[in-house]
Design a protein around this ligand. Structure first.
Ligand SMILES: Cc1ncc(COP(=O)(O)O)c(C=O)c1O
Ligand SMILES: N[C@@H](CCOP(=O)(O)O)C(=O)O
Length: 463
């Protein structure tokens, strides 16, 4: 299996190299040269299998010969043992034809654990094999950072630096990043928003001298391995609802477009997915793109679903690459326009291609609050604000011909203030992290400045 860059000017790589590279050297994102197909029989045979077995069957063709099957199986087993539910990604029914896929039973209570626990295993095996060291730098609006720190804390040969927007993550998210005391994890509070943090990470990758000096790697969904790991739960959910014999729709609370792009990969593998519905909060660049055909940045506004307070949606580049017939030159031009002019128009043909797969919707703050209240009152299920954005948008896209699955991307206890304001109930943390509020915090505040960040990383690396 080979991976190519969305900008068409970086070397093709195998799975492990693409995972370690993170971002391609031309600034693009790696995607598989071709998407492996699984036939209806292969999907039918997955019904009732443990999550880990489905993961092995889905991931294997993308990993190719880079990891022997027994090692991949072992990495998967170790990764998902950390998820505190036997089904790993259980589903509950909200209404006739509408299901909620709970992706928040992992160690940091968000869907990020599914990918991060696995790539923690894969990175450490690769580093051991290569006798090499690595510096991971990630940007987070709250959940990626905590999941990455949890997955990589204490791992030899690895440092993890997480940039988060100061004052713009929930207290639980912040404490999950600042309370681990292992020397190889570093929480950095940047004076800016998530887009600033993500732009600094990309700038570090595009500074090739720095990249090579520190052995830079990524754990954001710019890293293909992150997206790949997230394909698996689309398969387990669809198969549980009758795929391949019937098609299923998914609604995905969306920010950086990594999670929903994983759904697109599942669909291209042959899983019968009808529509993938993008659900945004009021930072709605993606919804506006589908409504108008123009992809236009606006300022990031803080919301009660802070993990989706994103305007530069990095994986949309992967979707554009497909919609433009894999024309890396065209994608480079669009990304230059986004950087220089703050937006670009999507061609009519590309918009048509995108609309064949995706639909979109948006939830205001009031609608989000009302959805948390209403779903709790009618079903007893307590939604986090991100999942509530998804449920509200999903309800506008229900199709009697197909079941709808909304992804519940985080546990409500990560956002107790928003949930309490909507329901009057304050969700508590699971017992295993009950002392989170008592642990001492360790965080370094830094200006939104590339040189300051690079100096800090050079100085703090333990490797
Ligand atoms: C809880 C939660 N929901 C939804 C999202 C959006 O996911 P994506 O960035 O993959 O679109 C995020 C952040 O990524 C998140 O942390
Ligand atoms: N919502 C994310 C933002 C980063 O997304 P990623 O999937 O690209 O890592 C977060 O919680 O950090």
């Amino acid at each position: 299996m080979r991976y190519v860059s969305t900008r068409g000017r970086a070397p093709e790589l195998g799975f492990e190299e693409a995972m370690l590279a993170g971002l391609a050297r031309d600034g693009g994102l790696y995607v598989p040269e071709t998407v492996p197909q699984l036939g209806p029989e292969a999907f039918a045979a997955m019904a009732g299998l443990p999550y880990e077995e489905v993961a092995l069957r889905v991931l294997r063709p993308f990993v190719g010969d880079d990891l022997p099957e027994a090692e991949l199986r072992d990495a998967i087993a170790q990764a998902y043992a950390a998820i505190a539910h036997t089904a790993r990604a259980p589903m509950v029914q909200l209404a006739p034809g509408h299901f909620l896929l709970e992706l928040f039973h992992g160690p940091t209570l968000a869907f990020k654990d599914f990918a991060m626990q696995l790539i923690g295993q894969l990175f450490s095996r690769a580093m051991q094999k290569r006798q090499d060291r690595i510096t991971i730098v990630g940007a987070t609006s709250g959940d990626t950072g905590s999941a990455a720190i949890e997955a990589f804390r204490g791992l030899p040969r690895t440092d993890v630096f997480i940039l988060f927007p100061e004052g713009r993550v929930s207290e639980v998210q912040r404490r999950q990043m600042t309370t681990p005391d292992e020397a190889n994890v570093h929480a950095i509070a940047v004076k800016g928003d998530f887009d600033d943090c993500q732009a600094q990470v990309k700038a570090m990758f595009n500074d090739h001298a720095f990249r090579d000096e520190v052995g830079l790697s990524a754990v954001n969904s710019i890293n293909w391995a992150r997206v790949l790991a997230q394909v698996v739960y689309y398969v387990t959910a669809a198969v549980a609802l009758g795929a391949p014999h019937r098609a299923v729709d998914f609604t995905v609370p969306t920010g950086n477009f990594g999670d929903i792009f994983a759904g697109n990969i599942a669909r291209r593998m042959g899983l019968p997915i009808g529509r993938l519905v993008i659900a945004t909060n009021r930072n709605d660049i993606l919804h506006r793109t589908f409504a108008t055909g123009r992809h236009e940045k606006e300022g990031v506004e803080p919301t009660m679903s802070p993990s989706m307070d994103i305007q530069v949606s990095s994986n949309f580049e992967r979707a554009l690459f497909e919609a433009y017939g894999r024309d890396g030159g065209a994608v480079s031009q669009l990304m230059d326009e986004l950087r220089d002019k703050g937006g670009f128009g999507v061609s009519q043909g590309a918009m048509e291609a995108l609309r064949e797969t995706y639909a979109s919707g948006r939830a205001s703050e009031e609608e989000t609050r009302d959805t948390i209240r209403r779903i709790h009152a009618t079903t007893g299920e307590i939604l986090c604000p991100h999942s509530a954005v998804g449920v509200k948008v999903a309800e506008e896209h229900l199709d009697p011909a197909r079941p709808m699955v909304t992804l519940a991307t985080a546990h409500p206890a990560k956002f107790p203030d928003a949930v309490e304001a909507a329901t009057g109930l304050r969700p508590g943390l699971p017992k295993r992290m009950a002392d989170l509020y008592d642990r001492p915090e360790r965080v370094t505040p830094v200006d939104n400045d590339l040189v300051a960040l690079q100096d800090l990383i050079r100085e703090r690396r333990t490797t």
